[in-house]
Design a protein around this ligand. Structure first.
Ligand SMILES: *Cc1c(COP(=O)(O)O)cnc(C)c1O
Length: 463
């Protein structure tokens, strides 16, 4: 087996930028997965994107989700992992439904909220965990460190629970997550430890960064699991392929609307189109963090710092980490601080992508209107997606097939839903017992020496 595609860093051209030594080598998928980020702090991208025929996409009609997953994953990973091993990973990762709910005419909501932690992040985390387990060196343990303010921590924690040879440490800010989120994080158990920190999210992230650059942990195989890892992007290509195959007539193109924060989800759609999936336009609505729609309008990029706190809290991002990958795909370069070194082809971007900022007020109105008119229940992230689609259709005229993504379960937002609709959403099966679970979090102050001592006592090295 010889690996097909090599992966390069988005920072490879930055040779005149102080503090950056561009990484000009390429690595295999395995290396990109286990390293997470490139040594120059750029993001890994595949040198080529596999192309699939429309007939092969069409052939997935009526087939289970796992078949779409196999088609996408095999095309990227052939030569890196045997097909039978990939099949086992996929069957094990995707054991829950992916509803395509009709709203009216041929407008659909794709519900990505049926996984074990009820957000779309389950799709990527579950496959990435299993790929890491398959690709790791069996003689060594992997130690994953994540700082989280919500959905990522619980999805990653749940996905890695019981995975052999990998331990996970999750840091979360005690006073910035909801009671239910705390329960979700504290009660994962087994090889997953939750550390409740008396600090803000940024402090948690700093503790993690310090540990990554601490020579004392050089031999511990520390890895991150956030959406800078290409292993989290690959699984997010699959549901676009699945939805299109189920709903398209002949080879008609679809409009997808993807509520966006760090742009990892939308990037999955961009790759699906480049693989040959008929996508008419990728709509990327944001909340009031409008740095990207402004960029498309004005050609100037200004990150928002600090980011604005909106109802759709998982999208409160003032400089999306995956913007570097979008820029790269359209011929530009932007670094992690939001400095643009080369502009992408904005006209081409605008032909493929439409982005618009949706206010909290519009988000609430949309939740109420869609429920009243169509009895379709959306939470704030999904409502930003739906409203963005409506704005797009008003501007560009009707499109036959439209699919808007719902990225979290409405039961994660009981107060907002009760206030707007007067109902209490049912908890999904996976969360039914959440209020009764008991957990034993570790409590720490935002102090690196304390965190370091804790890690030294708990991290294991041997596989
Ligand atoms: C993370 C998240 C998003 C944003 O996804 P990105 O890939 O960061 O753009 C949207 N909705 C929910 C519920 C999320 O958890």
């Amino acid at each position: 087996m010889s690996p097909k595609f090599r992966y390069y860093s988005t920072n490879r051209h930055l040779d005149k930028v102080p503090g950056i030594t561009p990484f000009r080598e390429t690595v295999s998928f395995r290396e990109a997965l286990l390293m997470g980020q490139a040594p120059d702090e750029g993001l890994f991208m595949p040198e080529q994107i596999p192309v699939v025929s429309v007939e092969d996409f069409k052939a997935l009609k009526g087939a289970p989700y796992t078949e779409a997953a196999m088609l996408v994953a095999e095309n990227f990973l052939a030569g890196e992992i045997p097909a039978e091993a990939l099949r086992r990973i996929i069957d094990d990762a995707y054991s829950y439904p992916v509803p395509l709910e009709n709203v009216f005419a041929r407008k659909y909501v794709m519900r990505l909220d049926q996984g074990p932690t009820a957000s779309f992040k389950d799709f990527a985390a579950r496959m990435m965990a299993r790929l890491m387990s398959a690709f790791r060196d069996p003689s060594e343990r992997l130690n994953i460190l994540v700082a989280t303010s919500g959905d990522t921590g619980s999805a990653v924690g749940d996905a890695f629970r019981g995975v052999e040879g990998i331990d996970v440490t999750i840091l979360y800010p005690r006073n910035e997550v909801s009671e239910r989120q705390k329960k979700q994080l504290d009660t994962i158990g087994q090889n997953v430890r939750a550390v409740s920190v008396d600090a803000k999210f940024d402090d948690c992230q700093n503790l993690v960064k310090q540990a990554f650059s601490d020579p004392a942990f050089a031999g511990f195989n520390l890895t991150s699991a956030n959406s800078i890892n290409f292993g989290r992007i690959l699984p997010q290509i699959i549901y676009y392929v699945y939805a299109w195959a189920q709903l398209a007539r002949e080879t008609e193109p679809a409009v997808f609307s993807v509520p966006s924060g760090n742009f990892g989800d939308a990037l999955g759609c961009e790759y699906a189109r480049r693989m040959g999936l008929p996508v008419e336009r990728l709509v990327m609505p944001t909340n009031e963090n409008d740095e990207f729609p402004r960029f498309l309008e004005t050609g100037r990029y200004e990150k928002i710092s600090p980011s604005r706190a909106c109802l759709s809290n998982a999208m409160n991002v003032g400089h999306p980490s995956n913007l570097a990958r979008f820029f790269d795909l359209y011929g530009g370069t932007v670094d992690r601080n939001g400095v643009v070194h080369r502009l992408p082809d904005i006209e081409e971007m605008k032909r493929r992508i439409y982005s618009v900022s949706i206010s909290d007020r519009e988000t609430k109105k949309t939740i109420k209107r869609i429920y009243d008119q169509h009895r379709v229940l959306l939470e704030p992230h999904g409502a930003v997606g739906w409203r963005g689609l409506e704005v797009y259709l008003e501007l560009f005229g009707d499109a036959p097939l439209c699919i808007s993504l719902e990225t979290a379960h409405p039961a994660k937002f009981p107060d907002e839903i009760r206030e707007l609709l007067g109902i209490i959403p049912d908890l999904p099966q996976s969360m039914k017992d959440i209020d009764e679970r008991s957990g034993h979090p570790v409590f720490l102050r935002a102090d690196y020496d304390e965190f370091r001592t804790y890690l030294k006592e708990h991290l294991r090295v041997a596989g």
